[in-house]
Design a protein around this ligand. Structure first.
Ligand SMILES: [Zn+2]
Length: 277
């Protein structure tokens, strides 16, 4: 099917759908302009690139820093750029306009807060993998998250020679150990009460629509963590003859064999495609 036909078909299923489940992966924020490489990276991380030979913002986030002072200088800038300096982007705003017409829920692996910034209410979002805006105990010794905007800004203000002063290194208020950004990367990821509440809301939402006219709108979800959005969306579509999966993915747009007829795939530009819907 050519692009125009797929857009028309996607519009038609969206118009007639009673429910909309949006799945947001890394590809949506990239399409929205939050690039992890190229000019956005080199403009903002020049001192770190010169010091550590960083190639992009993805690989640099796995770098093993020698000291906490260096680690937090880098992470403060990483968090600040992606969480505090970047406002809601056009693409997410367009998506919110589209979602508002429906009874919807969002599940996302993104940690950049863009859904919230664009106007999606917190009670309709399940951000599975965490949020740049919070610190947690690095060993997960207790179940609480700490909003980090002020401390991050202070770290940046006091960064010199790619280091923060020792007295700004965050410490766990319970065990006095190291702190971490609340991103799922090991078994110590903290899921607080709000996380469990969002998880329950999402589960209740998808359980209530198993036989309803539903569109699963999957945006930029690849194979990093396909078990969170991609495979469940395929499964839930397959189990419901009234469901359609709209999959937008520049690299892996194809649907699963079992429900190819219920899948509309796009590998085209996501921003343009959403604007057309
Ligand atoms: Zn602790």
């Amino acid at each position: 099917m050519d692009y125009k036909e797929r857009i028309e078909r996607a519009k038609a299923v969206l118009d007639s759908a009673e429910y909309l489940v949006i799945g947001g992966g890394a590809g949506i924020s990239d399409a929205a302009g939050l690039h992890f490489s190229g000019k956005r990276f080199t403009d903002n991380f020049r001192p770190f690139i010169e010091r550590y030979d960083f190639e992009d913002l993805y690989t640099s986030s796995f770098y093993s820093f020698k000291t906490e002072e260096e680690r937090w200088a880098y992470w403060a800038k990483h968090i600040s750029l992606n969480r505090y300096e970047t406002p809601a982007t056009e693409l997410y705003l367009d998506l919110f306009k589209l979602a508002k017409r429906k009874n919807y829920f969002v599940i996302t692996t993104n940690v950049d807060h863009q859904f919230y910034k664009a106007g999606f209410p917190a009670e309709k979002i399940f951000a599975v993998q965490g949020d740049y805006g919070f610190f947690q105990c690095a060993k997960g010794c207790h179940n609480k998250l700490y909003y980090n905007e002020d401390i991050v800004k202070e770290m940046i203000a006091q960064t010199a020679d790619c280091k923060i002063p020792a007295e700004l290194v965050p410490k766990c208020p319970v065990c006095d150990g190291l702190m971490e950004v609340n991103l799922r990367k090991d078994n110590y990821f903290v899921q607080d009460e709000a996380w469990y509440a969002a998880s329950d809301c999402y589960t209740a939402f998808v359980q209530a629509i198993v036989d309803k006219r539903v569109v699963f709108l999957e945006l930029g979800v690849g194979f990093n963590t396909p078990g969170i959005i991609r495979f469940p969306f395929e499964q839930m579509t397959y189990q419901n003859p009234n469901a359609t999966l709209i999959r937008v993915n520049s690299h892996h747009p194809q649907g699963a064999k079992e429900n190819i007829r219920q899948t509309i795939s796009f590998s085209e530009d996501m921003a343009k495609m959403l604007a057309a819907l």
